[in-house]
Ligand binder design. Structure first.
Ligand code: CTP
Ligand code: A1H0Z
Length: 465
């Protein structure tokens, strides 16, 4: 377990002593966000890793429901690359196995998270603003932690936010994180993060990587494939960065506030993140960087070009790479997360037979949840079945046919509680066979609404359909 230690120091003189890095395999969090769906969470919910998805094989549930080969899996924010991603050094902690001839690189990431979020217009710096009650930065950390070939993640936060960051790391069990003190500008913060990685000293547990990813902590929807693309491109070109088409046209105002000229939009792109660099390239650029650039610059790729004559390779990124900047971006991010974790509903019954009412219910649900895959299964006595259930879905609907003592429902709830999975706003809808049949459509409508809304207000509620 890595011990966290903040490295203090102003940008230029930063001593950047990193933190403890423990060698050994990067354990992939296999946690699944277990959505609320319809389970009674009788205790306050622990929050889900809404973007963290395991790539587990199908469980027994899939056997009961025709589905895609390899079983059903909730829609994942980012496609897990089928090929073995970059493996790091021989002592790699990565689970990845380098494909023959595949580059083997030591890769680390620097996440600037030392801003104040003025444009967000709220007291809390936006990287700590909650989405579904979980700090935004935790989603970004989770997205990077899912990538097993990133050896170290250096998070750059202000001194006053160090303790808050440490508690987030503890609460959400983030691994392999080093904390470094931020600078007064984004470039200075990034420079501090690079300094921590450059301290390739025997007592420093951070190793200097061959390639370093720089990614704003407020861009939570980063996927493994774009990370891999920029890293491979950086290895070949020295620098690489994700870009997106411009949505608005860029214009140049004249001194009197009128239009001077406009740029031909099709010829330009928006520079997004992640970006990646040969460590020596970007570190040298920051070391030679002028104070003006450190103070007012906003583009790392520009520094590589200006100070190291390195032309970054530009990589088309997905629409979700955008930076959370304004309040509306938080609402957008929450909607994206809700949509992604609501892609699948697991209907768990206390019987193995697929009795007639359940088929009616499944049909009604499929009508209500037309973009959600409904998987149906019985709550196995052996924990094995339940483990598969837990790994399959974000949302559950428990339907009791055989008994009304909810013994099995409680058993599943206990397992969810005891597992290392988090639960996100679970809710219970109680129906028995007779009522369910009469109010089938109503039951399906309630289930659909609860899955989509995932409101904290529904936690622990008992809705009787
Ligand atoms: N001194 C700074 C300023 C910004 N950042 C980080 O750089 C990323 C992108 O910067 P930006 O969106 O500008 O964040 P803020 O500076 O916080 O936003 P604002 O300009 O609205 O205050 C954010 O993760 C932010 O925390 C940083 O590490 N150190
Ligand atoms: O910190 P600001 O939001 O002002 O700017 C940051 C952005 O410029 C930056 O994240 C991308 O342009 C990629 O470099």
């Amino acid at each position: 377990m890595r011990r966290l230690r903040a490295a203090a120091g102003p940008a230029r003189e930063n001593r950047g002593a990193g933190s403890q890095r423990c060698p050994g395999r990067r354990t992939q969090r296999r946690g699944r966000a277990v959505g609320d769906g319809l389970l009674a969470q009788l205790r306050p919910p622990r929050l889900a890793s809404a973007l963290n998805t395991s790539s587990s094989a199908a469980g027994s549930l899939a056997a009961m429901e025709p589905g895609p080969p390899g079983g059903s899996r909730p829609a994942e924010p980012g496609r897990r690359l089928s090929g073995a991603p970059l493996a790091t050094s021989a002592s790699s902690r990565s689970a990845a196995r380098a494909e023959p001839g595949r580059l083997s690189l030591a890769v680390a990431a620097v996440l600037p998270a030392g801003g104040s979020g003025e444009r967000m217009g709220v007291p809390t710096p936006k990287q700590f603003c909650p989405i579904l009650d979980r700090p935004l930065i935790s989603y970004t950390l989770q997205a990077l932690e899912r990538v097993c070939w990133i050896k170290d993640i250096v998070v750059v936060v202000t001194r006053e936010n160090m303790e808050a960051m440490r508690s987030i790391i503890r609460k959400y069990q983030h691994k392999h994180i080093s904390l470094v003190e931020a600078g007064v500008t984004r470039h200075r913060s990034i420079f501090n993060g690079l300094n921590a990685l450059a301290q390739d000293q025997p007592d420093c547990k951070l190793c200097k990587p061959e390639v370093v990813i720089i990614h704003d902590a407020v861009r939570p929807f980063v996927e493994e494939d774009v990370l891999l693309k920029v890293v491979i491109a950086a290895k070949a070109h020295g620098a690489a960065g994700a870009i997106r088409p411009l949505v608005s046209t860029v214009i140049s105002p004249s001194a009197d506030g009128c239009l001077d000229h406009s740029l031909e939009r099709a010829r330009y792109r928006a520079s997004e993140m992640p970006q990646a660099f040969l460590f020596d390239v970007i570190y040298k650029a920051y070391q030679q960087c002028s104070d003006y650039d450190l103070e007012f610059g906003t583009e790392c790729l520009h520094l590589a070009l200006k100070y190291c004559d390195t032309k970054a390779k530009l990589v088309e990124g997905s629409p979700d790479l955008w930076k959370v900047t304004y309040k509306r971006d938080l609402y957008t991010a929450e909607s994206i997360i809700k949509e992604r974790i609501s892609q699948e509903l697991c209907v768990v019954m206390d019987t193995k037979e697929e009795k007639e009412p359940i088929s009616y219910l499944l049909e009604a649900l499929r009508n209500e949840l037309n973009h959600v895959k409904v998987t149906c299964g019985a709550l196995g006595y052996a924990g094995r079945d339940t483990q598969h259930i837990l790994e399959q879905c974000y949302s559950f609907a428990c339907v009791n046919f055989m008994t009304s003592d909810f013994h099995k429902t409680k058993k599943l709830l206990s397992m969810l509680e005891e597992s290392d999975l988090s639960i996100l706003y679970p809710v219970v809808v109680v129906s028995d066979e007779q009522k369910l049949q009469e109010t089938l459509t109503q039951g399906a409508i309630i289930i659909a609404a609860l899955i989509r809304e995932r409101s904290l207000g529904f936690v622990g509620q008992l809705l009787v359909a």
